[in-house]
Design a protein around this ligand. Structure first.
Ligand code: SF4
Ligand code: SF4
Length: 414
């Protein structure tokens, strides 16, 4: 089967990357601060032709000194929003973001694997080798749309090739990001993260371990350090506390944002009580907004977040901010065995008990991105727009008005 993929141009330098295919998909990514924007087309070809020149000029000359510069550029190019049209449904040229699991070995924090770990990681797991990593990355990045990569690890020192993997990412112009549990963050590891990573998230599995890690990284000058905070019924107090601490604990003074992640009912995550009440979730969001704390959300929480802020004067800007699920649309997941699944949570669920081998595929676009199973998943996900915004096609994660328990569903993609 020959793939019919629209034509596109890539403009790239050490400042950033733009993918340009008017009418299909356009994006711009700035490496230094992680800024990313995508849209479908300019509203007229006249604008498109005249602005294409500027676009090249700005990218090539590296005129992005700050995020504001880029926002100014985007609004200059678009004379605010009026010249931009539409959001692309997916990137036809390949993923923008790769979430790649390179180790499943984790002793947890304080030597105790977490009782809510959705991967059920323990001290005896698997590592991806550097050769496997390079093979996968070369295949996934062949179409050159990939800009960002998130490395999935347990212990920071579980995979001896971790730093070489990050170095390889840099060699091929991809910014690696990572989430760590904060445990055993030595000065040497912190320096490596500073040298190689864009954003680092520290999961909050114990405030001192987490906050000390944040401080260590921000003291090195890293400005994209986030805290990942799981939202469950059992962690709700911790969610409020981390907001308070971000205002008062000096270790968090240079924190970028607190990112709230909805607990997934998966593996050991099933043993923890989920938050099901939209009211309680709204109270949390209200508190964060009142405190003027920078917050973010995983894409799995997008609908719940928007329901929580419905009616607020800034609702329109919240809609712009909330990125719903991007699995198979703009992002892709590959596990430690080199197998694709739509996201790390889908892996092993019905319909995805077997992944698609990226290590063994000949052509990532043809064999994976346009694999019939992936197309089917993508269609199912896109069909969920009838629920206000895209919603998880696998787990029932959206919070509802009532505080009645929501059934925990895992559903096959049929
Ligand atoms: S949740 Fe994170 S830190 Fe805890 S056991 Fe799992 S991978 Fe390790
Ligand atoms: S498929 Fe569901 S669990 Fe996976 S990223 Fe999307 S919303 Fe989250």
């Amino acid at each position: 089967m020959d793939l019919q993929i629209p034509k596109y141009d890539i403009i790239e330098n050490d400042q950033g990357k733009a993918v340009i295919s008017p009418g299909n998909y356009m994006s711009v990514f700035i490496k230094r601060n992680g800024f990313f924007a995508r849209w479908k087309e300019f509203k007229s070809t006249e604008i498109e032709n005249s602005l294409a020149v500027d676009f090249n000029y700005f990218i090539y000359n590296g005129l992005f000194e700050s995020l504001q510069d880029l926002i100014n550029l985007i609004s200059y190019l678009g004379k605010s929003e009026e010249f931009f049209a539409g959001d692309p449904e997916f990137c036809p040229f390949g993923p923008e973001i790769l979430d790649i699991e390179v180790s499943t070995i984790c002793h947890g924090v304080n030597g105790k694997p977490c009782n809510f770990c959705y991967k059920a990681n323990t001290g005896s797991g698997e590592n991806m080798t550097i050769d496997q990593f390079k093979t996968i990355l070369k295949k996934v990045s062949k179409s050159r749309t990939l800009s960002q990569l998130a490395l999935g690890v347990g212990d920071i020192d579980s995979n001896p090739d971790l730093w070489k993997m990050m170095e390889f990412c840099r060699e091929i112009n991809i910014v690696p990001n990572i989430t760590i549990n904060g445990w055993n963050l030595t000065d040497e590891y912190a320096q490596n993260l500073k040298r190689l990573c864009g954003a680092v998230a520290v999961s909050n599995y114990g405030s001192d371990i987490c906050y000390n890690a944040v401080q260590k990284l921000t003291d090195l000058g890293m400005d994209q350090i986030n805290i990942h905070q799981i939202v469950s019924l059992e962690s709700l107090d911790q969610c409020f506390q981390v907001i308070k601490d971000s205002k008062s604990d000096s270790r968090l003074s240079k924190l970028n944002a607190i990112v709230f992640l909805m607990l997934k009912p998966k593996k050991r995550g099933k043993t923890v009580k989920r938050l099901t009440s939209l009211k309680k979730y709204s109270e949390l969001i209200d508190f964060a907004l009142e405190q003027k704390v920078r917050i973010g959300f995983d894409s799995c929480s997008a609908i719940s977040f928007l329901r929580a802020v419905r009616g607020k004067p800034e609702y329109k800007s919240f809609v712009e901010m909330a990125e719903p699920c991007e699995s198979t649309l703009f992002s892709t997941y590959i596990n430690v065995f080199g197998e694709f699944a739509p996201c790390s949570f889908c892996e092993g669920e019905k319909g995805w008990t077997e992944g698609i081998s990226v290590l063994e595929c000949d052509d990532f676009l043809k064999d994976v991105w346009y694999n019939p199973r992936v197309i089917k998943f993508r269609e199912k996900l896109l069909e969920t727009t009838h629920k206000e915004h895209l919603s998880c096609p696998v787990f029932d994660l959206d919070l509802v008005e009532e505080s009645e328990p929501v059934p925990i569903l895992t559903g096959e993609i049929t």
